[in-house]
Structures are given as C-alpha cells and as structure tokens.
Design a protein around this ligand. Structure first.
Ligand code: MG
Length: 389
C-alpha cells in the first residue's frame, strides 16, 4: 500500500522538476539531476535542493559575519562603501539577472554567489595574506578553500551532520575557485556566471567607493578605456551630465553594458559549440565570457584599480595595521590555547593548534578582531575568556 505522505512528497518534488523543465534551458543544471549530498537527506516537500542550499547559507553564522568584514575599505572609514556582505549581494543580483536571461538554475546560482566569499577572514586580502603566512607550514590559508572548510566542517547548525551538508554541485562549484584546482572539465554554466558576476561587481563598486573616499578623481578615470566607453554611451542620451550625476550614470552603465555583453557573447558561444546539455557544457571550453574588446578593457581597469586604489597609501596603512593585529593574535593564541574559546580548544587535538587558531581568526569580523586584540594586548584586559564561541 502506498504511504500517502511519501506519495505527496514525490508529487511535490515532481512539481519542482516540472517547473524547472518548463523554465530552464537543457544546458542548465536541473535539480532533478543533482548528485545529492554527502549525508543523505530526504527531499524537502516543496523546496528544491539548491534552494535549500541557498537557505542554509543565509542562515549560517559565517554568512552573517560578512556584514562586519572588509571588502576593500574597513568599517571605520565610513558607512557608504561596500562590506563583504553587500558585495556578495551585488554578485548574487548580477549573477541571477544573467542566469535568468540564459535560462539557467537561479537557485544554484544564488547559493554559489552567497557562498563565494564566505571564507574571507577579517580585513580583506590583507587579513588573508597574513593568515597565509602564519599557516605556511600547514598548507597556507586561502579564502576559497576556507569557504569549503566552513560549509563542510566549521558551521554547526544541524544535529545530523557537521557543516551545512550542501549539494555536491555547490561544493564542486566553490572548489573550482581554489587556485590550482584541476576540475575534469569546464564548470557548470551556473558556476561560470557567478565568476563573471563577481568581477563585474567589484570592478564597478571599487571605483565607486574609491571616488567616495577621494582616492580617485573623476578626471583620473578618463585614462581608462572601459570608463570612457561607458561614459560615451551615457552621453548619447544624457549629454549634459557632470560631477556626481555623471559618475552615478556611468557606474550604472558599466554594469548594464557588461552584463548585456556577457549575455550576448555567452549566447554566441552556446550556439557555436552546439551546447544542449550539462555534458556538452563540461566538455566545451568556458563559455560565459565577455567579448574580446571588453575583456581587454576590463584587464586595463583592473590594473588601474590595483595601482591607484589597492596600493593607495591609505589602503596600505590599513593593511599594515590589520596584518599586525592578526599576526600578534596568531602568535599569542598558538602560544597559549587556553585563551581560545572552549569549542576551539576542543578542536586542537584533531586539527592542530595552528589551523584551529587560523579558523578562529578567519571567522572574526573586523570589529571582533579589534576587540580580541584589545583583550589580549591591553594591560587592563587581563585574561578574560572571549565571549564568543
Ligand atoms: Mg567576491
């Protein structure tokens, strides 16, 4: 006799499959074809697997802490600029727009986008470089690898498994971001879309934030071909704009123009390679790409940002301070693990002291790192235990 509860469940999951069969292209990653999870779970009655992944990421502690983590500029510099969380949301928004236009799986795209920077330590790339040096003998520290460590081990929300037990497609997609990874074919289109959206987002918002801080003047951007072309496009309909109005219009155009170009070039690539299934996606070269002229201009913009923004004296000063915070704390915690929260002390025997300290430091927000530094190094702070587990 059929169990009515199971029958209802399979009918609903069939609805998820049917919905995607209507909406998604044949080369999209369909939920019905997922390779599943490390720890088997029953299907949810009405949410698809990638939708559940997305929800698990949003409810994770590591995701919330992105609100307090530096993208390029620290929180103490003001409240206009991007945090790691708002960057992540911009990436998800751009990636979903592109993914929907290409009829890809938006749930998978959103899960990948929301997780893509979840492994960033405090203080942006300065923090990452410091932890990488501290952990050199243990294989180093890399935010993309750390993201996998967080979602597979460090998050503790569920009684039945460690980590978030995400779908294999999300884990494999994140693994392609780790330098030196050697996947056996091209990543899913959903993975490629998130990668493209990441660079559209940060190129544009880093210019915006740098101008707001006075690190860049509008006049300097006229050296950059990508900016000039976007401005030329704005001028076609708004010839009289200048100052902040012009800046905002060009920033908007930069995203609109680049995403449209990605859509058009990717569509051409899909046709040229006769892509009609996930198997043909993985066998083809990467297909989500900018047209060659925009790709060259983007590289020029990135070199410009590196020189004028990421190496700006104000950013470098912040970098030095962040590095000394983390280095000093790393040395103090590894010398005396009793200063760590108990949950981290308990991990030392299996993970090693250095890696455990790296996990603890890597999980901190900028502000918590500063508070912990004060606790450890201010003479008045004593040796109180940290309040956060
Ligand atoms: Mg990113």
């Amino acid at each position: 006799m059929t169990d009515p509860a199971n029958e209802a469940r399979s009918t609903v999951s069939q609805l998820v499959a049917d919905r995607e069969a209507c909406l998604l292209a044949p080369y999209a990653m369909h939920s019905a074809d997922t390779a599943g999870r490390k720890y088997a779970e029953e299907q949810h009655p009405y949410r698809g697997p990638f939708q559940r992944d997305r929800d698990r990421i949003i409810h994770s502690a590591a995701y919330r802490r992105l609100a307090g983590k530096t993208q390029v500029f620290t929180g103490e510099m003001g409240d206009y600029h991007r945090t790691r969380l708002t960057h992540t949301q911009e990436v998800a928004s751009i990636a979903r727009s592109l993914g929907r236009a290409l009829r890809l799986n938006e749930d998978l795209i959103e899960a990948l986008a929301l997780a893509h920077d979840i492994g960033h330590p405090p203080f942006g790339h300065a923090g990452e470089d410091t932890l990488d040096e501290c952990l050199a003998a243990e294989g180093g520290f890399n935010h993309n690898r750390q993201a996998l460590r967080i979602v597979e081990q460090l998050e503790t929300r569920y009684a039945d498994f460690p980590g978030l037990n995400l779908s294999r497609e999300v884990l494999a997609g994140q693994a392609t971001r780790v330098r030196g990874a050697k996947p056996s074919g091209s990543p899913l289109l959903e993975v490629q879309v998130v990668e493209a959206a990441d660079s559209v987002a940060y190129n544009t918002h880093d210019v915006d934030d740098a101008m707001k801080f006075g690190l860049l003047e509008l006049g300097q951007l006229f050296e950059v071909a990508l900016w000039n072309e976007a401005q030329r496009r704005v001028r076609k309909t708004h010839s009289a704009l200048d100052g902040d109005e012009l800046k905002r219009a060009v920033l908007h155009e930069l995203i609109e123009w680049q995403v449209s170009d990605l859509f058009q070039q990717t569509t051409r690539n899909l046709n040229n390679h006769a892509v009609n299934s996930v198997v043909t996606v993985t066998a083809a070269p990467p297909l989500v790409e900018a047209s060659s002229s925009i790709a060259a201009q983007k590289r020029e913009m990135e070199a410009f940002l590196y020189e004028r923004v990421y190496r700006h004296p104000r950013v470098l000063e912040m970098r030095r301070r962040a590095q000394s915070y983390l280095l000093e704390m790393f040395e103090r915690f590894t010398a005396d693990v009793s200063l760590l929260p108990e949950s981290y002390q308990a991990r030392c025997p299996s993970e090693g002291v250095a890696r455990t300290v790296g996990d603890y430091l890597g999980g901190m927000t900028d502000r918590f790192a500063q508070q912990e530094h004060t606790r450890l190094f201010s003479p008045a702070s004593g040796t109180d235990k940290p309040s956060r587990g």
